[in-house]
Structure formats: C-alpha cells, structure tokens
Ligand binder design. Structure first.
Ligand code: TYM
Length: 337
C-alpha cells in the first residue's frame, strides 16, 4: 500500500442489513472511489449496527461478504484503501460504550433515523437502536477521520459526532479530530421509484433498485416508476412540484454525469414516457460491470478473506492507538499485559 502519510483521512460504512441498492451506490459508494487517490480511505461493513434490527444470521454473513465484493468491484482497490468488517475491530464496541457516556438522552431522542426505525419496528425498540449514533461516532472518531462521505440522511448523525467530539475534547483536551460530513451534490437523496416522496430504501422493494438486480428487473422497475400527475407533462427539474420526474433526472444525472439542464434539453418536447426507459437503460449499463465484477470476486473466497483480514489488521492498528489515548484520558488504569 502506498504511503498514506500527510493525506487527509476519509471514513464511511454501510450496514449489511439489506442488499446494496441504488441509493447506497449513488449516495455513497460511487463517490468513495473518486477520492481513493487523494485521501487515506477506510471503508467498512457496519455489521454491529445491523443487529439493532433483527437479522437472519446466515443472510447477515452472506451480505457482509457480498458488500465487500461490491466495494472492490466499484473501484475500491484494497491496495489503495483499507476495507474491513466492523465487528473484526473490537475497539468500535469499546469506544462506542465510552461515547455513550458522553452523548445525551435528549440528543439521541432527536435523531430522525431512530424515530423512523422505531416507528417501523414497534415490537423491537431496543437500546442499541437508541444509542446507535454513539457507536457511529466511535466508528468515525477512532480513525481521526477528516471527512465522512455519506448521503443526506446521515448528516444528522455526523453532526452529533462532531458535538460529541467537541464535548470530549473540551473536558479532556484535544483527543479527537472533529470530522466533516462530505455529501455529494447529486445523488445524496435518491427517492423510491414507487413513492418518490420517500427515500429509496430496502424496506420498500418495489421502489428500490438493487445493485445485483438483473437488467430485466431494473428495466421493469423503471417502466413502472411513479411520475407526476401534473398537467404540464414536460421533463423539468422541480423536486417539490414534480418529485417523480426530478428523482429520475437526479438518477440519470448521477449515472451519466449529464447536468440537469442538459437533461431538460435532451427531453425537450417529450413526455415522461421517454424519460423512464432511458434512465432505466442508463442505470442498467452503469450497474452491469459492477454486478459482473462483484460475482467474479465473490466466487474467490480466499481472496475476499485475505482482503478483510488485512483490512482488519490495518484498521486495528489505528483504532487501538486512539482507544489507548481515550482510556488514559478518562482515567482507566493502564493494562499491565
Ligand atoms: P446506511 O447503511 O443506511 O446507508 C449507507 C449509505 O448510503 C446512503 N444512502 C442513500 N443515499 C442516497 N439516497 C438514498 N436513498 C440513500 N439511502 C442510503 C447513506 O446516507 C449512507 O451514506 N449509520 C449509517 C452506517 C454507518 C456509518 C458509520 C456511516 C455506521 N457507521 C460511520 C458513516 C460513518 C447508515 O445507517 O447508513
């Protein structure tokens, strides 16, 4: 691995609680690999976070590995960045506990993700779901990350991370780097294809395009995408008045690199009927190499294992250094062995 000294550090993760979808890809992963040469990057599978919602163990294991293959297939070269599984670095859980003690009940109560998830899982509103942001703060602060590339929905958690870091530093002196969220201009909030006023998420499979979906399934989902019932019927970017069309334009812009103005011109004089299959085809073509390469990598179990083993070793080295400092600051007796 090349010398990463003097580079700013990036860190992010995705929960393997479902298969990777277009929102995760456009809002997060696609932007990660663009920064890989410029930054010292750490990307992980957030499996500790996943169990805040009940998971099938075999599926969770399979998805963690599939997600790693998808990271690599999307351009995250393990020679250039550190890829690891969160539960392999126990320092996350340890710092998570400590930061629980520096995160306020009121702050946690205001988190939208907690409110949404507890409304959807009324039979399992567990403590982990509530204190989830303290673990996320630990993930970030352990690595002294400068930037956290995420979609729009994670901004609130990143802000809480900053508050917790500042609070801790104020009590004990400079311990943590205060990180900044890094949110892409296009693709930060991809909406459901079946209900464009709500975020694309794995809990709504009809409106969600998965990275590993077959081309014919992707085409079908785009053909059925809900557009808007306004009378104007022209392709124009207006998220409030035309959420369906605007979402399709965002997706198209994100996968092709065309600007929203260029897209408006391209569809000038045409209705929504022309837009849907064109976006579908563009998504199919942009996901095709990713799906094929992921399948190839997934078949090579020994390679995948070597990547996550080496990743965990590198991550542990950095995480341990921060945790040691934190233990000292809060007043724990130094471990003699
Ligand atoms: P998660 O697993 O829900 O989502 C992973 C990433 O995908 C982005 N994302 C979206 N972006 C655009 N449109 C969408 N519809 C969409 N849905 C999801 C998310 O913003 C995120 O960037 N708490 C985090 C995981 C996490 C983490 C961390 C992230 C744990 N520790 C430390 C950064 C740093 C989460 O639940 O993301």
């Amino acid at each position: 691995m090349e010398n990463q000294e003097n580079k700013k550090r990036m860190l992010s993760g995705i929960q393997p609680s479902g298969d990777l979808h277009l929102g995760n890809y456009l809002g997060a992963v696609k932007n990660w690999d663009e920064m890989i040469d410029q930054f010292d990057c750490y990307y992980f599978m957030a499996d500790l976070h996943s169990i805040t919602v009940r998971q099938n163990p075999a599926d969770l294991r399979r998805r963690s590995k599939t997600q790693l293959a998808q990271y690599i297939a999307s351009g995250l070269d393990p020679e250039k960045c550190t890829l690891f599984i969160q539960s392999h670095v126990h320092e996350h859980a340890e710092l998570g506990w400590i930061l629980n003690c520096y995160t306020m009940f009121g702050e946690l109560s205001r988190m939208t993700q907690f409110k949404d998830k507890s409304a959807k899982n009324t039979e399992n509103i567990n403590g982990g779901l509530f204190t989830y942001p303290a673990l996320m703060a630990a993930d970030i602060l352990l690595y002294q990350a400068d930037y956290v590339p995420v979609g729009e929905d994670q901004k609130q958690h990143c802000e809480l991370t900053r508050d917790v870091a500042i609070r801790f530093n104020n009590i004990y002196g400079e311990t943590f780097k205060v990180p900044e969220p890094f949110i892409p201009k296009v693709g930060a909030r991809i909406m459901s294809l079946s209900n464009p006023v709500s975020k694309m998420s794995k809990s709504d499979p009809a409106g969600c395009v998965f990275v590993m979906d077959k081309p014919e399934d992707i085409a079908r989902k785009f053909k059925r995408a809900v557009t808007d019932s306004d009378t104007e019927h022209c392709v124009r970017y207006a998220p409030k008045e035309k959420p369906g069309v605007s979402n399709l334009m965002q997706i198209y812009s994100s996968v092709t690199g065309k600007t929203l103005e260029e897209i408006e011109k391209e569809f000038d004089g045409q209705g929504y009927g022309a837009l849907k299959p064109t976006v579908g085809d563009a998504v199919i073509e942009s996901l095709r190499p990713l799906r094929e390469e992921s399948e190839r990598i997934l078949a090579d179990k020994a390679y995948l294992e070597s990547v996550y083993t080496e990743g965990a070793q590198k991550a542990t080295y950095v995480a341990r250094k921060t945790l040691r400092k934190v233990y000292k600051r809060v007043g724990f007796v130094e471990k003699p062995f």
